[in-house]
Design a protein around this ligand. Structure first.
Ligand code: FMN
Ligand code: SF4
Length: 757
């Protein structure tokens, strides 16, 4: 075939081929098309992903970019700086590949001219009596009134309800704002939550896992302290020491961001404190405005933190950590310099010690706190209170354990003290730790006759208010209007009062018997003490370490003083009815201490040992010391301990037996067998067994006064009363059957052998 004829045949052949293979051709073409499409689609998709993972610099973002304020650069230590998180909520994820938007988090401000969105003042306060809270609220109101677009309304936080971790382990994050801390702090020389706050600051600073300046993200901080210069005249004597301490820790935790000097307010001068607070408020407000305007803390402004300040604060810390808190008297040179540099003088601490002042002036917070608890303050340092047993006895519902042990009817008893001040801060103290403390008498002294007149008048006035209380028995009410007994044990240390003997003489002259309780810290006062019906020494521990933990004495030589008191007691054993009062606190002073207590008994040879389980008062003091209901021993545990103590005493040749008990108060009385287990006087036997020995723990009060007025020396055995009533003996419970025992709701409780009087 020639070429021309072949060309003419081609269309026919193609047509033939098409008809023969069209299905295959069409299928192959479709497949190739699909593969190409897929390849294209694949390539396009991967390109998109790549764009998302590495957005071009100009990729538009639909979220607000992070604003980093220029002011921060001057405020922040770059190492500790953490930029705030943008406020816009993340957009709902759209279907399809993930899109990441935003700008890279920068350590340095992107725009040096940008300013803060706002300063967020955060106001913290702590209060016990309520005054600092009131000042904090007023301050918050005044800050709210001066709010500017850049200074936001303040937040107010009670430190007692603040989670420290939220605010003092790092700075709270609030978008577009930077916090500024203001701390208003009173000072308490007793245990309060403020101690745990300061401890938190201290621990945070020392915790190696935490950045040394975790609060460096603050714009700044300032502290204002409230204290009472009437009672704590200078910082060395305790004025505003807790504010000083807080300021010190804040300086470290913030990397020296003290924006304004520590302010001091003396609450004993109301006008003065308001004036100081106003000045301080003006100062901090001005600084906040500067900060908001991007001026930073500025050169020369106290707290801006140069090398000298930093060095000093570290030095000061080392010194302070070695010292007990109350002796923290040193302020850094920088602090002094700051005071000079500061626009407003803020430290008004006088350099000279003030002349004696009233211990509890009417205007003082202590006065308010004590009167709130039901004390009547007499003169400037004495107090009286009606105890719950007095009310109970008036209603015929039972007397306190001293009735079972010694025959004191509670409605005839007045509880008082001529010194509200004490030299211990016992963990179980039920007076809510509000009384003043001190090691020496440094207050004005009220005459004993004024105290006597004041306490008796106040007691009678209180008794009279109980006239209308349901259930008060007329006969007991009438009897209560003649005080028969005075328990000098209310609060504080009675032998602290310089005229204690004259006061005792006045009480005795009116035939008011006296039980005086002291804390074994004043041996010389104890030695000089005149006659009392019964002399108590509180024995809260058997060794120096336990005593330190439980009584938290202010005297450094507390153990030596304690032992000297034991010797004084021994010297008085034949002229005074002496009593050891042991308060048992489970897990503190019971386990394995019987031997130690026995040694003390051997040294002092008291006539009696009262063994009593602690009463849980639930104060912050006790909670702070780790006390809870779990530390209150059960009655059987008290009994067990007493048995152990008796054994330990026996081993030392001393014979004490259980002379009486009062199960309701978890209390029993060990008495020296030789002196108080004796044959009853004719006709006074309670068990009808003639000539048999019986316990004689009761007191013949009339005989006590006869002995006293005889002018001759006399011994405790000379005014021993009738035998211990049968219902008060060991195993009998100690509830006087002439009274009606009621439950919490006032319903009578059946008692075996009970008789109505
Ligand atoms: C029990 C007690 C102890 C105090 N201890 C001190 C102290 O050691 N130093 C001081 O400057 N002020 C002391 N004060 C005074 C308080 O700090 C001052 O009254 C403060 O305003 C109380 O604040 P608040 O009412 O908010 O609790 C004490 C007050 C009380 C009631
Ligand atoms: S001795 Fe104490 S508890 Fe008993 S009645 Fe007197 S004040 Fe009250």
């Amino acid at each position: 075939m020639d070429t021309t004829s072949s060309l003419f045949q081609l269309p026919d052949e193609l047509l033939y081929l098409w008809h023969a293979y069209r299905t295959e051709v069409l299928l192959s073409a479709g497949l190739v098309f699909a593969v190409v499409r897929l390849a294209l689609y694949w390539r396009g998709g991967s390109r998109k992903n790549k764009e998302i993972l590495t957005p071009p610099v100009l990729t538009p973002v639909d979220e607000k970019p992070l604003v980093i304020q220029s002011a921060k650069e001057s405020l922040q230590d770059a190492d500790h700086y953490e930029a705030p998180i943008p406020s816009a909520k993340p957009a709902r994820p759209k279907p399809g590949p993930k899109r990441v938007t935003g700008v890279k988090k920068a350590k340095r401000p992107a725009d040096p001219d940008a300013t803060l969105d706002g300063i967020q003042p955060i106001l913290f306060y702590y209060t016990v009596g309520g005054s600092t809270q009131a000042y904090a609220k007023t301050l918050a109101e005044s800050l709210s009134a001066t709010t500017t677009p850049t200074i936001l309304p303040p937040q107010l936080h009670d430190l007692a309800e603040t989670d420290y971790d939220d605010f003092f382990l790092g700075t709270p994050k609030q978008p577009g704002t930077i916090p500024f801390y203001l701390l208003l702090l009173p000072t308490y020389n007793i245990d309060t939550n403020l101690d745990s706050f300061l401890e938190h600051l201290r621990e945070t600073h020392h915790d190696f896992r935490i950045d040394t300046a975790p609060l460096a993200g603050l714009a700044g901080y300032s502290v204002f302290g409230f204290g009472d210069q009437t009672e704590w005249p200078s910082e060395a004597e305790g004025f505003c020491t807790q504010a000083v301490e807080a300021d010190k820790w804040m300086a470290r935790l913030t990397g020296r961001k003290r924006a304004f000097p520590l302010g001091f307010g003396d609450v004993s001068a109301k006008k003065g404190v308001e004036e100081r607070l106003r000045e301080w408020t003006e100062g901090v407000t001005a600084i906040m405005k500067d900060l908001a305007a991007g001026k930073g803390l500025g050169e020369g402004v106290p707290g801006s933190g140069d090398a000298v300040e930093s060095g000093d604060e570290e030095d000061e810390e080392d010194v302070d950590d070695e010292q007990p808190k109350r002796t923290t008297t040193k302020r850094s040179k920088t602090a002094d310099l700051e005071d000079m540099k500061a626009p407003i003088a803020v430290d008004f601490t006088p350099s000279q010690p003030a002349p004696p002042k009233p211990m509890v002036p009417k205007t003082s917070p202590t006065y308010t706190a004590l009167t709130k608890q039901g004390y009547s303050i007499i003169g400037t340092h004495s107090g009286v209170k009606t105890c719950r047993w007095t009310k109970s006895a008036l209603r015929g519902r039972g007397s306190c354990y001293k009735h079972s042990f010694y025959g004191i009817a509670s409605h005839l008893c007045m509880e008082a003290t001529p010194s509200l001040s004490c030299s211990n801060k016992c963990v179980f103290c039920w007076r809510h730790g509000t009384n003043p403390v001190g090691t020496t008498w440094r207050w004005t002294v009220d005459p004993p006759d004024e105290i006597y007149a004041g306490i008796t008048a106040a007691h009678y006035a209180k008794i009279k208010t109980l006239r209308g209380v349901p259930g008060v028995r007329a006969d007991r009410f009438a009897a209560a209007l003649r005080i028969r007994h005075c328990a000098l044990s209310l609060v504080g240390e009675p032998i602290f009062y310089p005229h204690i003997n004259a006061l005792l003489a006045l009480l005795h002259a009116d035939h008011i018997s006296t039980f005086l309780v002291c804390n074994a810290q004043h041996p010389d006062h104890l030695a000089a003490l005149g006659p009392v019906t019964q002399l108590y020494v509180s024995i809260d521990a058997s060794n120096a370490e336990s005593l330190r933990q439980i009584d938290r004495p202010l005297h450094r030589d507390y153990w030596d003083r304690f032992l000297r008191c034991m010797d004084v007691l021994y010297a008085k054993r034949h002229t005074t009815r002496t009593v050891f009062r042991l308060t048992l606190v489970k897990n503190f002073n019971i386990a394995e201490e019987a031997e130690g207590y026995a040694n003390l008994v051997l040294r002092a040879r008291p006539a009696f040992i009262e063994v009593k389980g602690v009463t849980y008062c639930g104060t912050s003091t006790s909670k702070g010391a780790g006390l809870s209901m779990a530390n209150v021993p059960f009655w059987h545990e008290v009994q067990l301990f007493a048995a152990e103590l008796q054994r330990a005493l026996k081993a030392r040749g001393l014979d004490y037996g259980v002379g009486a008990e009062h199960a309701h108060s978890c209390c029993l009385l060990l008495a020296e067998r030789e002196r108080f287990f004796r044959v009853p006087a004719a006709g006074s036997s309670t068990d009808g067994k003639v000539g048999a020995k019986q316990w004689h723990t009761q007191i013949d009060y009339a005989q006590f006064f006869r002995c006293l007025e005889s002018g001759r020396p006399f011994a405790p055995e000379d005014y021993v009363g009738t035998p211990t009533p049968e219902w008060a003996l060991e195993g009998k419970g100690g509830f006087d059957p002439r009274d009606v025992r009621v439950d919490r709701k006032g319903r009578a409780i059946e008692i075996a052998g009970k008789e109505e009087s």
